[in-house]
Design a protein around this ligand. Sequence first.
Ligand code: AMP
Length: 149
Amino acid sequence: MSVIQDKQLDEISICDLFIPSEKVAHVQINNPLEHALLVLVKSGYSAVPVLDSSYKFVGIIGKTVILNGILGLERFEIEKLSEMKVKDVMDSNIPTLTRESTLLDGLNSVIDHTFVCLVDKEGYFDGILTRRAILKEIKKNVYINSYKK
Ligand code: AMP
């Protein structure tokens, strides 16, 4: 695909594409799973970022890991929703980007994830970049290039 010939994918900034932290639903590492599940169900998101008490990014949590975490041998052990914490089940092995990352970095990150988190130099949470935003930007540039022909 000869996308974005004039401007290469690795020259396009993600600065205008990401959702800033103040607009992103998140949970904290010590929240009970019940709170995380409420945030996920009410927001309709499949996963949200997890932050520590100083708002540094530490991982993500989704509905599936919560349900797996409370799954007993024969039933969901609902009481565990209040006993277990986000840190017990969250996924902390997650790639991150920074504001300086490029559209190419973003594209590579969202192959395996529906969104990727942005952090600053100290690890403070800065926002998220979604697969949807990346695809829309690429589609826009594909159209621009096909009209030029
Ligand atoms: P979307 O591309 O809008 O469908 O978003 C993909 C995923 O990114 C969602 O399922 C959420 O996990 C996450 N996401 C998108 N927007 C937000 C937001 N404002 N707050 C928290 N998570 C979000």
